[in-house]
Write a protein that binds this ligand. Structure first.
Ligand code: GLN
Length: 281
């Protein structure tokens, strides 16, 4: 039973962390939330078991604990999430970056020589995770990030500023804001969950528009594959994240649209998580 909402007695650090257990909140999240409220590291918490929380900090911590116990993701409560070594601000306007998506970044980096100013496009950038990871790893790359959500695009641009990274952010749906432009590399982690998928219950705090895409989850992937050849340089690459059971469908889409060297990469799961191909020269 979670009684996080009302505890009149002053708690010590250890008691506050123990309270998380009774709320069903795991130990790591409890440490992150309490550390966030107190402005302290995990190491500090572990060596200050008997310190009493001040009432204001205690109330804030217990309120966060109650929200976490209701299923709200820790990243939204903390306001940030680490991705590819970068600390990114996230808000309910953006999907929370997943470790699985680092697979896509690693693959993209293989196609971005460090000594050349390649043009890169990230479609549906959200918090800017993929675009900023690439900009950070390849300072010479000219990275453009597109999102149809003004709130998300603002978060991506704020993240770029906070990290001191160069990012061109454009508002609009998929290729609309880059009409007439071509890129050496296009990456995207679009929505790919089927509407009505039971999995969505666990994702109810994240923006549905960033998650679901038609009855089979493939509507946006189909659109991107269809339009991409008009926006790639000859020999350019299109690399896409997709659901664990969509690799064959995405391979088929790419082959039907004339892409060569079509292949799939696995995440740490390991699930077939990304599929891509090259526009023939
Ligand atoms: N990988 C996310 C999930 O299933 C979904 C991301 C997406 O739709 N692009 O939790």
């Amino acid at each position: 039973m979670c009684d996080a909402n009302a505890d009149p007695t002053a708690l010590t650090v250890a008691q506050a962390l123990a309270q998380a257990r009774s709320c069903g909140v795991d130990r790591l999240d409890a440490h992150l939330l309490l550390g966030h409220v107190l402005g302290r590291s995990r190491t500090w918490l572990l060596s200050h078991d008997t310190d009493l929380l001040d009432p204001e900090a205690q109330a804030r911590y217990l309120a966060l604990l109650a929200r976490r116990a209701e299923g709200e993701p820790a990243a939204y409560l903390l306001g940030d999430k680490e991705f590819f070594g970068l600390n990114l601000r996230v808000t309910p306007d953006t999907l929370i970056p997943r470790p699985d998506t680092e697979t896509l970044v690693h693959w993209a980096l293989e196609h971005l020589p460090a000594d050349q100013p390649r043009r890169v496009l990230d479609l549906g950038t959200g918090s800017g995770a993929i675009a900023l990871a690439l900009a950070h790893e390849r300072p010479l790359a000219e990275v453009t990030a597109v999102d149809a959500s003004p709130g998300a695009l603002q978060v991506a641009l704020d993240n770029a500023t906070a990290l001191g990274l160069r990012l061109r952010g454009l508002l609009g749906s998929w290729f609309t804001p880059v009409a007439g432009e071509r890129f050496d590399l296009i990456v995207s982690n679009p929505p790919y969950i089927a509407e009505g998928d039971p999995h969505m219950a666990a994702l109810r705090f994240e923006p549905a528009t960033a998650l679901t895409s038609g009855p089979d989850g493939l509507d946006d992937l189909r659109h991107i594959v269809d339009q991409a050849p008009d926006h790639l340089m000859p020999g350019g690459w299109l690399l896409l994240e997709h659901g664990f059971d969509q690799a064959n469908a995405v391979m088929q889409l790419l082959q039907n649209r004339g892409f060569s060297e079509v292949s799939t990469r696995f995440d740490l799961g390991p699930q077939a998580r990304c599929t891509g191909g090259r526009l023939p020269t």
